[in-house]
Design a protein around this ligand. Sequence first.
Ligand code: F6R
Length: 241
Amino acid sequence: MAEVVIVKNTAAAGALVADEILELLDAKPDAVLGVATGSTPLPVYQALAGRLRDRDVSQVQAFALDEYVGLDPAHPESYRSVITREVVEPLGLDPARVHVPDGSAADAQFAGERYEEAIRAAGGVDLQLLGIGTDGHIGFNEPGSSFASRTRVKTLTEQTREDNARFFDSIDDVPRHCITQGLGTILEARHLVLLAFGESKAEAVAGAVEGPLSAILPGSAIQLHPHATVVVDEAAASKLK
Ligand code: F6R
């Protein structure tokens, strides 16, 4: 079972996970980080930015979980743009060593295979940050995703499009498709750190941590992982037994 850590607030979660990442970088300066987008991991990046000042992070590599399909990579809400703004610049990472799936590739299947190959060539992900959708998705592995899935194109659920409409002018602007690391890909990372805050995530967190293993709740895949840590505030923990 995943280790569950209940923290007071998002800042405490950010500090805790940033310290964990620092420890990893102390032991392995060329560590490979798995980075997530959305609102949840932002406190981690903020805490990490302060802690990484004066450090050499030139060897660190990072892989994003997912990207929208059909959104110009230069759009401010493309995950390429978000990762540049929230991760690469504040942490001072080498942009050439930070990878995001290619949502504008003409051959999406090839783009997925190439991404898998890049992760393998980097030696795999050491620490994977994860958020969770209100519908239980991790990455953009929506309900029904195979636990063995690899990086591929998926259709976003209406729930996810509604949840993410806050980043766009209107829900009509939210892309309908994405390219995402699969659950099988994510499970190969050596340490999973799933974060969730707020009441709206409570059900998904309970299902992921304590519910039956089920493709209906893709987050439950973390139960298969030997080293998974779940960092939640009290509201997100409120439906745990
Ligand atoms: C983002 C991702 C998604 C989000 C999830 C939660 O790269 O893969 O699984 O983590 O949709 O989003 P927020 O954090 O905005 O609630």
